[in-house]
Design a protein around this ligand. Structure first.
Ligand SMILES: Cc1cc2nc3c(=O)[nH]c(=O)nc-3n(C[C@H](O)[C@H](O)[C@H](O)COP(=O)(O)O)c2cc1C
Length: 182
C-alpha cells in the first residue's frame, strides 16, 4: 500500500496567506533535504529560503513569472533550489548527478512539508537570470527550480483533488512505466 504521505501529496495552486511557517518547520524542511542520498555523498545542493514578510522572500518573489506571481506570493515560504553544476572556475562537471541529486533533496523537502501538515508546489516559472543576479549566484551553481511551501488555501470542492482519486490522478499506469515502454 502506498504510504499516506505519498498518496496525499499534491501541489496546491493557492496558499493560505494568513499562515506562517515557524523556524522549527523551516529547519525540519532543510534537515530533510540534507539527509537525501547523493552520488558519492557529494550533496550538490543549496537553498535560498525566505519566509513571507522577510526581505529574502521579497527578493525571491520579485523574479516570479507572470503565471507563478498569481499564486506563489501567498505561500508561507519560498525556496530557490540550487544545484552545484561545475567545479568553480572550470567547465568540469562537479558531479554528473547534481541535478538528479538536487531533485531527490527537493523531494525529501516536499514530503517533509507534507508530514508537517503543509504542502509544496515546485515550479520553474521564474526568471533564472533575474534570480541569479539578485543573489549573486556564481556560474558554477544553477538555480534549477523553486518551491512554494505553505498551507493550501481552502479551495472549492470541484478544484481540490479528490483524495479517493489520489492514486490515479493524471498518472501513467504502473504497467506503462515498467520497461519496455512505448
Ligand atoms: C521541476 C518541476 C517544475 C514545475 N514547474 C511548474 C511551474 O512552472 N508552474 C506550475 O504551476 N507548476 C509547476 N510544477 C508542478 C507540476 O505541474 C505538478 O507537480 C504536476 O502537475 C503533478 O501534480 P501534483 O504535484 O499535484 O501531483 C512543476 C513541478 C516540477 C517537479
Amino acid at each position: 500500500m502506498l504510504h499516506p504521505l505519498l498518496a496525499g501529496r499534491w501541489s496546491p495552486a493557492s496558499f493560505d496567506a494568513s499562515h506562517d511557517v515557524t523556524t522549527d518547520e523551516i529547519e525540519a524542511l532543510l534537515e530533510a533535504a540534507r539527509w537525501a542520498p547523493s552520488a558519492g555523498n557529494s550533496q550538490p545542493w543549496a537553498f535560498i529560503a525566505g519566509r513571507r514578510g522577510e526581505d529574502t522572500y521579497q527578493r525571491l518573489a520579485r523574479h516570479l513569472a507572470a503565471s507563478s506571481a498569481r499564486w506563489a506570493p501567498t505561500a508561507s515560504l519560498l525556496v530557490a533550489n540550487l544545484a552545484h553544476r561545475y567545479v568553480a572556475g572550470t567547465d568540469w562537471e562537479f558531479s554528473e548527478f547534481s541535478l538528479y541529486d538536487l531533485g531527490q533533496a527537493v523531494a525529501h523537502m516536499t514530503i517533509q512539508a507534507q508530514a508537517l501538515g503543509l504542502a509544496a508546489r515546485q515550479f520553474r516559472a521564474f526568471s533564472r537570470p533575474g534570480l541569479t543576479a539578485e543573489f549573486d549566484v556564481p556560474g558554477h551553481w544553477e538555480i534549477t527550480s523553486m518551491t512554494a511551501i505553505g498551507r493550501p488555501a481552502a479551495v472549492p470542492p470541484e478544484e481540490a483533488p479528490p483524495p479517493s482519486d489520489a492514486l490515479s490522478r493524471q498518472r501513467r499506469a504502473v504497467a506503462d512505466i515498467l520497461w519496455p515502454v512505448a
